[in-house]
Design a protein around this ligand. Structure first.
Ligand SMILES: *Cc1c(COP(=O)(O)O)cnc(C)c1O
Length: 395
């Protein structure tokens, strides 16, 4: 076990292999050969360690799971083939009809869609509340509440939730209520929710964990017994959303530089956020690293850096937001985030189109909101592109 984050990211979980390869091999196989029938039986019965079939476990994927568990300071991790696989596979592993969820109003669009439209078909009730208001979280908890679910920073409003305070209060009221945090925006380098009292951490590994825009993947991290349940029910039986060995390899490669990428993303985003805040055509900038941000104090307490995502509104509202996006060149018009390339998108019509106009307002963001995932280009080039794009709006 290594003590420091970047050392864990490079070495934790790696295993010696027959040929001494430096990097973790891609075990591109669906199944594993048994020495004899007894051994096969023993593996399925759990009496003998060893691989059987890639949906039940694969050495490349297992190395990634061990590494991420260590990076989140958790006991165990389960990898999925997408962030949504991790979210639905995790929740469906322990929710049943008649159960109740307290979820933040501001969620990733497909998570919102799952909670608002799909869970009701299974008689799972969801109350959407503002998790930065801990009193209202506590008031919403009922005897059948199994999960409190939120993101921090939230996608796309960048709202900050005080993880430690919320965990203490919720567990005081109902100790068996699982607190599930989507840590996609912060990554374990910036925030470790398990250390702050959360029960389960989820990731879209598509974003910063992989970091290079070439994989879709998800992760769940937490206590071993909970992860065993998620692996055997949510992953193996319900979703079957298994990560491929090849994609696990790419994420392992991405993780080696996570600390350094997050430092650079955070530095660039701070520069771009300060530029935006100073520009006369910008109405609001939402970035936890700005002292003007309502979540700044809590962010300073629970975030090592402030991450690479900024949301903002231009003074001309929706129309000028669309104009600005269409005027940019370096800032690339695409959903997703956390890549080395700067990506820009319009949540109201793209990632968060599952929200109705009323739901957008209730969640606390506007139809004019723009989300910018600041990449690893030189920040001055990103600022120049935004300056040029803004100048064309009034031209
Ligand atoms: C992208 C995203 C997801 C969904 O992940 P996929 O890998 O696209 O399935 C979930 N939560 C957050 C916060 C995200 O940004």
């Amino acid at each position: 076990m290594y003590n420091n984050f970047e050392t864990k990211a490079i070495h934790q979980g790696n295993e010696k292999n027959a040929f001494g390869s430096l990097t973790t091999p891609i075990f591109q196989t669906s199944t594993f050969v048994f020495d004899n029938a007894e051994q096969g039986g023993d593996r399925f019965a759990g009496r003998h360690d060893g691989y059987m079939y890639t949906r039940l476990g694969n050495p490349t994927v297992r190395t990634l799971e061990k590494k991420l568990a260590a990076m989140e300071d958790g006991e165990s991790c389960v990898a999925f083939s997408s962030g949504m696989g991790a979210i639905s596979g995790t929740l469906l592993s322990f929710l049943s009809s008649g159960d109740h969820i307290v979820a933040d109003k501001m969620l990733y669009g497909c998570t919102f869609s799952l909670m608002a439209h799909t869970f009701s078909r299974f008689d799972i009730e969801v109350d959407f509340i503002d998790c930065s208001d801990i009193n209202s979280v506590i008031q919403s908890i009922k005897s059948n509440t199994k999960v409190v679910y939120f993101e921090t920073p939230a996608n796309p409003s960048m709202k900050i939730v005080d993880i430690n305070k919320l965990c203490i209060e919720v567990h005081k009221k109902k100790s068996d209520c699982k607190i599930v945090v989507d840590n996609t925006f912060a990554t374990p380098y910036i925030t470790q929710p398990l250390k702050l009292g959360a029960d389960i951490v989820l990731h879209s590994a598509t974003k910063y964990l992989n970091g290079h825009g070439d994989v879709v993947a998800g992760m769940a991290v937490g206590k071993k017994d909970v992860m065993d349940q998620i692996r055997s029910i949510g992953l193996k039986d319900i979703t079957g959303a298994v990560l491929s060995p090849n994609d696990a390899f790419l994420i392992l490669r991405g993780l080696k530089t996570l600390k350094h990428r997050m430092d650079a993303h955070s530095y660039n985003a701070q520069m771009v956020a300060e530029f935006l805040e100073s520009h006369e055509m910008i109405e609001n900038v939402y970035y936890p690293g700005l002292p003007s941000n309502s979540g700044y104090k809590i962010a300073k307490k629970q975030m090592r850096k402030f991450g690479g995502v900024i949301s903002f509104e231009v003074k001309g509202g929706f129309n000028d937001a669309i104009n600005l996006i269409n005027n940019l060149h370096l800032c690339t018009l695409a959903v997703s985030l956390g890549d080395v390339e700067t990506l820009i998108q319009h949540p109201g019509s793209m990632t968060h189109s599952a929200y109705s106009k009323e739901e957008i307002e209730a969640a606390g963001f506007s139809d004019g909101l723009i989300r910018l995932s600041v990449g690893l280009e030189n920040y001055q080039d990103i600022i120049d592109d935004l300056l040029h794009g803004l100048s064309l709006i009034r031209a």
